[in-house]
Ligand binder design. Structure first.
Ligand SMILES: Cc1cc2nc3c(=O)[nH]c(=O)nc-3n(C[C@H](O)[C@H](O)[C@H](O)COP(=O)(O)OP(=O)(O)OC[C@H]3O[C@@H](n4cnc5c(N)ncnc54)[C@H](O)[C@@H]3O)c2cc1C
Length: 421
């Protein structure tokens, strides 16, 4: 595949769910494809919280894009950061050069929004990358180590308090996993503190957690969290975060571990397009996923919102995958002079786990919870993980953790900045 290759050049920005599934759908099609990502791996974000809480190792949920696309002879992978898109000139500005395209798929995803309080980010890290997960793991474990040596009672309580801000699936999963670590994994490992007395608080600004799930699942999830010792507080709006506390108006919760799982903002790349965006920075796309006025550019996944689609598309992996495949079909149709088609999302349901043997799931009118939902959650995540090796390793790790109550990623940290295990 060379620059003189006469086939139309399709560039995909982002090797997450949307970009990877677009690339796969373009394999053996009459186009040459370049997939650009600033990381060399596809990351299975739904299991990131398990890396953050030492249940899995980073390599269990990350697979090099090159190895996934090894057999795709018309797809080239480049490690590159895309800085901006020149829609009129049909070219991308990269951190180290430029790249022209005939058709473009933008799939750069989304990050977290701190609702105008970017200064909270270092105090309350969010979970998006493997680096975030390892930093969260380090903070949680260092807090226990410091608590063991701390003689001041109030300071020790602050060290043993974790606050998770945001009661969506990620916040619920993080809070549940933190409770499991303290109540089970390290319960008997310390001499001077009792980890089972650690306080884990889940704060949600709205009236209920897991707001995207139908009744009675949010209430069931809250009950399951309470059972494992998580304090769930709804209608709790955070007004300030300081290095050792979270504030709800005049109320202070002293905590040395604060994690952010609220608010989504599309990748900053969307702001370079000069097209209408929604409040979260997502591109307001045409029904066929194209950018208004630019039929050669498709937007997919977390950075896209299809104005005409009702209900609004959720920011989940299945939506990104379906959009990626659809964008690829539309590109092939347009290059062949055929009309493109409108995207329709097929909702197969949603699942969120709370901890050992507890989860909730909604599949149309069928609602499940408890052990059954947990088994469904385990099965779905093993099935959708990319790579046979990852599936096997994760399956063995989970089975080990289930029977021994031990975390599979050994709990290893040092006093330096970062942890690795
Ligand atoms: C912690 C967490 C838990 C989640 N749990 C679930 C779940 O249980 N179920 C579910 O369905 N969904 C879940 N999601 C949501 C799901 O992961 C996303 O909806 C999905 O990843 C969106 O896919 P995407 O392709 O749009 O973006 P992403 O998967 O985020 O991929 C974007 C890619 O673009 C790359 N990129 C970004 N900017 C640039 C740039 N400027 N230049 C080059 N490359 C760039 C990134 O490196 C990344 O590889 C979770 C998300 C998170 C963060």
């Amino acid at each position: 595949m060379s620059e003189r290759d006469p086939r139309p050049h399709v560039v995909i920005v982002g090797g997450g769910f949307g970009g990877l599934y677009a690339a796969r759908a373009l394999v053996e099609r009459p186009v040459r494809v370049t997939l650009l990502d600033r990381r060399n791996h596809h990351l299975f974000q739904p299991l990131l919280y398990q890396v953050a809480t030492a249940a899995l190792n980073p390599s269990d949920i990350a697979t090099p894009l090159r190895s996934i696309l090894r057999g795709a002879s018309n797809v080239t992978v480049f490690l590159a950061q895309v800085e901006s898109v020149d829609l009129a000139g049909r070219r991308l500005v990269l951190d180290d050069g430029e790249m022209a395209y005939d058709a473009l798929v933008l799939a750069a995803g989304a990050g977290h929004s701190y609702f105008g309080h970017d200064d909270w980010e270092p105090l309350a890290p969010s979970l998006k990358t493997l680096e975030d997960a390892l930093e969260i793991r380090r903070r949680v474990l260092v807090a226990y180590e410091e608590a063991e040596r701390e003689r001041d009672g109030a300071e020790q309580r602050a060290l043993l308090t974790s606050v998770v801000i945001g009661g969506g699936p990620t916040g619920v999963e993080l809070a549940g996993a933190l409770a499991e670590i303290s109540r089970e994994t390290i319960a008997r490992d310390f001499r001077l503190i009792d980890p089972t007395k650690a306080r884990i608080v889940l704060l949600e600004g709205g009236p209920r957690i897991l707001a995207a799930f139908p009744d009675p699942l949010p209430a069931r999830a809250a009950t399951a969290l309470a059972r494992i010792g998580v304090e769930v507080r709804t209608g709790a709006t955070v007004t300030r975060v300081t290095p050792d506390a979270v504030w709800l108006g005049g109320e202070q919760i002293r905590a040395r571990t604060v994690l952010w799982a609220a608010g989504v903002a599309a990748a900053p790349l969307t702001r370079t397009l000069g097209v209408p965006l929604d409040r979260a920075g997502r591109v307001l796309a045409e029904p066929d996923l194209s950018v208004p006025g630019h039929p050669e550019v498709q937007v997919v996944g977390d950075l896209a919102q299809v104005t005409a689609h009702q209900p609004p598309l959720p920011g989940v992996a299945p939506a990104a995958k379906q959009m990626g495949r659809h964008a690829a079909r539309n590109i092939i149709a347009a290059l062949a002079g055929r009309p493109t088609s409108a995207f329709r999302y097929r909702d197969y349901g949603q699942l969120a786990t709370i901890g050992r043997s507890a989860a909730v799931g909604a599949f149309g009118r069928v609602h499940i919870w408890g052990w059954l939902a947990w088994i469904a959650w385990l099965g779905a995540h093993i099935y959708f993980l990319i790579g046979f090796r990852n599936r096997m390793v994760v399956l063995i790790d989970w089975a080990w953790a289930y029977w021994t109550f031990e975390r599979s990623a050994r709990i290893v940290i040092g006093r330096g900045r970062r942890s690795e295990s």
